[in-house]
Design a protein around this ligand. Structure first.
Ligand code: 13P
Ligand code: SF4
Length: 339
């Protein structure tokens, strides 16, 4: 297969899809013909979630990819998610839709800087959030996601010295709920760091019975007003089970798609960011996740590119902390929607 230089330069295939085709049908047909499966994170566009075989949070996506028998995994999410799939399934072809779909949180922790930090703090075990590069995972003792972070940290002896990175808000939350004093890397997500406490409280005044759902990547003042703090799947499950009719949702707004589908009679209000939409900012949307489109999905499946590759020496080290995490959380059911 010939790849155009411009595609390689751009990091995705920008070929127009043939006119008049039924995009959804063609995508599903290619999946069947190629024994490919589509995974999507809750933060992707609703149309992408709706065509996926599985939609889930970071833990569910890793758990799922560890046991698939598909030949091709198409990861609609961000780069580190594709890397995790590839590390767990080195013999499968792992595709993403756009190589530019990165993650500001993963970018906030460079492997060389973490290595220096670890050398400066001898005797510490390294716990890394899944939102990290493969090179960072290769320096890590155990990986966590927002679904299982407490469970994984509780598995260490109380006096174990731990470094936690890169998300300082998740790390601070886990320190608070476990009574630990882990050393925290000073990283964060550009979406979760942007929510406005003032605006959330103003909505709460208008909707006094609304419950506030908060992802642990949000800063401590937002966590403080939460009725529940949890991963995307945790927040979704809470909204499904809880009696409240209204919810203010402080995480990436893509999750509202699944929440509205699961609970059509409930009201979900996205927590607003500090910057206003009038200023041209949709800061409660992850611009990386929104790079996943149906057109790119069609072309990715057609040309089987962009592929994710992880150097063998890195993958060999990175697989251990991921497998350790999966082992610790094997009985933890993370919400995953399959169709
Ligand atoms: P989840 O663990 O809830 O899927 O979160 C992933 C993520 O990228 C949060 O920003
Ligand atoms: Fe990364 Fe934040 Fe986007 Fe999640 S929402 S993928 S942490 S940039």
């Amino acid at each position: 297969m010939e790849l155009k230089d411009t595609w390689i330069e751009k990091g995705y295939i920008d070929e127009a899809v043939p006119e008049g085709i039924n995009l959804r049908e063609e995508i599903r047909k290619m999946c069947k013909d190629k024994n490919a499966v589509i995974l999507a994170h809750y933060y992707t566009d609703g149309a992408v979630q709706d065509i996926a075989d599985f939609v889930g949070d970071s833990l569910a996506l890793a758990q799922w990819s560890a046991k698939t028998d598909a030949d091709i995994i198409v990861m609609c999410g961000v780069h580190f998610m594709g890397e995790t799939n590839k590390i767990l399934c080195p013999d499968k072809k792992v595709l993403v839709l756009d190589l530019n779909a990165g993650c500001s949180l993963a970018d906030s922790c460079k492997a060389e800087e973490l290595k220096t930090f670890v050398e400066q703090h001898p005797g510490h075990k390294v716990v890394s959030y899944v939102n990290t590069t493969a090179a960072v995972k290769a320096l890590t003792d155990v990986v966590v996601t927002s679904s299982n972070a407490k469970l994984v940290i509780d598995s260490f002896p109380k006096d174990e010295k731990l470094i936690f990175g890169p998300d300082k808000n998740l790390g601070g939350y886990i320190n608070a709920v476990t009574g630990r004093n882990m050393l925290l890397w000073n990283g964060g997500c550009h979406v979760h760091g942007q929510f406005s406490l003032e605006k959330i409280l103003a909505i709460k005044e208008e909707h006094p019975d609304a419950k506030i759902l908060v992802h642990p990547e949000c800063p401590a003042p937002i966590q403080k007003v939460a009725d529940v703090i949890g991963s995307t799947a945790g927040l979704l499950n809470f909204a499904i089970k809880d009696d409240a009719a209204e919810f203010i949702v402080a995480t990436e707004s893509g999750i509202l798609h699944e929440m509205k589908k699961a609970c059509p009679d409930k009201l979900f209000i996205p927590a607003p960011p500090e910057m206003s939409e009038a200023a041209g900012c949709s800061c409660n949307e992850c611009s990386y996740m929104k790079l996943n489109t149906l057109e790119k999905l069609y072309n990715t499946l057609k040309y089987e590119w962009p592929t994710i590759e992880v150097p063998a020496d890195i993958a060999e080290k990175a697989v251990k902390p991921i497998e350790k995490m999966l082992e610790i959380s094997k009985n933890l059911k993370s919400a995953m929607s399959s169709k």
